[in-house]
Design a protein around this ligand. Sequence first.
Ligand SMILES: [Fe+2]
Ligand SMILES: [Fe+2]
Length: 190
Amino acid sequence: MLLFREKIPVEWLPSVTSHLADVLVDHAHLERKAATTALNLEKYRELYPRVGELNSIAIEELQHFQLILGLLHQRGIPFAQPYPSLWISGLMKAVRPGVRGQAIDHLICCALIEGRSCEKFQVLATGLQDQDPELASLYGGLVESEGNHYATYILMARAIDDAETERRLDFFLNLEASLIRQPRLHHTLH
Ligand SMILES: [Fe+2]
Ligand SMILES: [Fe+2]
């Protein structure tokens, strides 16, 4: 179902599982940003009819944020500052401002972030089974929801303009494939 053109680098899983506290703080911020992003999409005229669906996504992401915050609290990990992801900023910088297709670009970026999260949560659900079964099951429980967000954003873009979405998806998938090969600067999920 996922369209990605590059595999998650093999070094990603060990680098994440060896820095779980940092990654959980990053994950909390990721869910917070996913909630605000769903609300930000409501600024586009093309998405006015979808405001209710976007609100539902924002609510779900806030629930995920609360879930991760609860886990941080339970494990005595302080909520701390967010670190930037070159992968996320690289995608977002390619959104063309002020053009008719800006909403499509923004939706595709959101979809790719949700899709990679879905994929990485699945890898963590399997990869953490021995090391941290509680966390493995938490990640397993998030996979479906993030996969649905991915699909919803792609379908929203296609509903605006299917041909333009196809063209921009081709561009963004190539960009994503080059960005995911870059080393991360911090212990972040992306
Ligand atoms: Fe989420
Ligand atoms: Fe999501």
